[in-house]
Design a protein around this ligand. Structure first.
Ligand SMILES: Nc1ncnc2c1ncn2[C@@H]1O[C@H](COP(=O)(O)OP(=O)(O)O)[C@@H](O)[C@H]1O
Ligand SMILES: CC(=O)N[C@@H](CCC(=O)OP(=O)(O)O)C(=O)O
Length: 295
């Protein structure tokens, strides 16, 4: 590369950093809850890049909280063990044998992979499940789903303590019932409950599509509550996108500034969303703050 071109490259990098200043100021001290779906967890290189971005966020004063999924990894282990599994409304029907596998995969393998990736980038990730320190208390969603729980109580002070120590919480979506049962919580539902309890500035739901698609297959960049209801009712929003959009809507109703559903496989998805004007994916905001894309 010629010296002139190299200089242009470095100037470009410096300009990008400079342009990020208003966003860095805006998000300093902010709480950003990131749900990393199983489908968005790619190769080791992609995980490394995600971890690096999370550590960068922390470095510039954002308090990131990672809540992860791991559906495909649970499926793979259930297959290996010959345990059949089915979903109703995007949630896994979970019997006693299944919940054991869910806990093993989520709290063990998946959680530790993310924790290690963040720590390797110089962050201080602390892995926990919703059962630790009674972070998430649950009640059964409905008897047909078995050990699937809905969060009824969150203890946000546990996460705030971790923020104060400069740590990055990485949370597996499990919860304890009042009688000591273990409940499997849909990852999106858990992330939304945590974002609501923290009154987060942003809830980022990272998945494997660029956003929520309408009946024509186009991404809807901004979704209203009514559109979500209508699209679920007519089947345009289906499967795992149902808990995702419902979670986004409920979190905003509960005081989260905005929720965004975006493609976690896209390079630097979180940085683009937070620190540039790019605004990827589908955003859900309260009616009051729907004037500018960045909300
Ligand atoms: N209207 C829609 N727009 C986009 N994706 C949709 C829609 N309806 C259903 N989906 C499906 O939802 C999936 C995302 O949900 P899910 O598989 O549970 O993701 P994750 O594992 O990231 O939580 C998409 O891959 C897509 O197949
Ligand atoms: C109740 C329920 O469905 N729990 C999910 C938990 C993991 C999850 O949500 O994983 P993704 O985000 O990768 O889909 C499950 O058992 O698959």
């Amino acid at each position: 590369m010629k010296t002139q071109d190299m200089n242009r490259d470095w100037i470009g990098t410096a300009r990008t950093l400079s342009q990020a200043l208003p966003y860095l100021q805006r998000y300093s001290g902010a709480v950003v809850v990131i749900k990393l779906g199983g489908h968005a967890m790619g190769s080791d290189e992609a995980m490394e890049e995600f971890a690096r971005d999370v550590v960068l966020m922390r470095q510039v004063g954002v308090n990131p909280v990672i809540v992860h999924g791991g559906g495909p990894m649970i499926n793979a282990m259930l297959d290996k063990l010959g345990i059949e599994s089915s979903f109703v409304g995007g949630k896994r029907v979970t019997d006693a044998a299944t919940v054991e596998v869910v806990e093993m995969i989520l709290s063990g393998r998946v959680n530790k992979r993310i924790v290690q990736a963040i720590n390797k980038q110089g962050g201080k990730a602390v892995g926990l499940s919703g059962k630790d320190a009674s972070l998430i208390t649950c009640e059964q969603t409905n008897a047909d789903l078995g050990f699937v729980g809905e969060p009824t109580e969150i203890r946000p002070e546990i996460l705030k303590d971790l923020f104060e120590r400069g740590s990055i919480p990485v949370i597996a979506p499990l919860g304890a019932g009042r009688n000591g049962e273990t409940f499997n919580i849909n990852g999106d539902t858990a992330a939304g409950a945590i974002a609501s309890a923290l009154k987060a500035d942003r809830l980022l739901l990272l998945t494997d599509v660029s956003g929520v698609k309408n009946a024509a297959g186009e991404i809807v960049t901004e979704l209203t509550y009514t559109q979500i209801d209508e699209m679920i009712a007519d089947g345009t929003i289906a499967g795992g996108m149902i808990p995702k959009t419902e979670t986004a809507r409920n979190a905003v109703v509960d005081g989260v500034r905005a929720a965004v559903i975006l493609d976690g496989r896209a390079p630097h998805a979180c940085l683009l969303e937070l620190f540039t004007d790019h605004g990827a994916g589908s955003i859900i905001r309260s009616d009051k703050s729907r004037d500018a894309r960045k909300g």
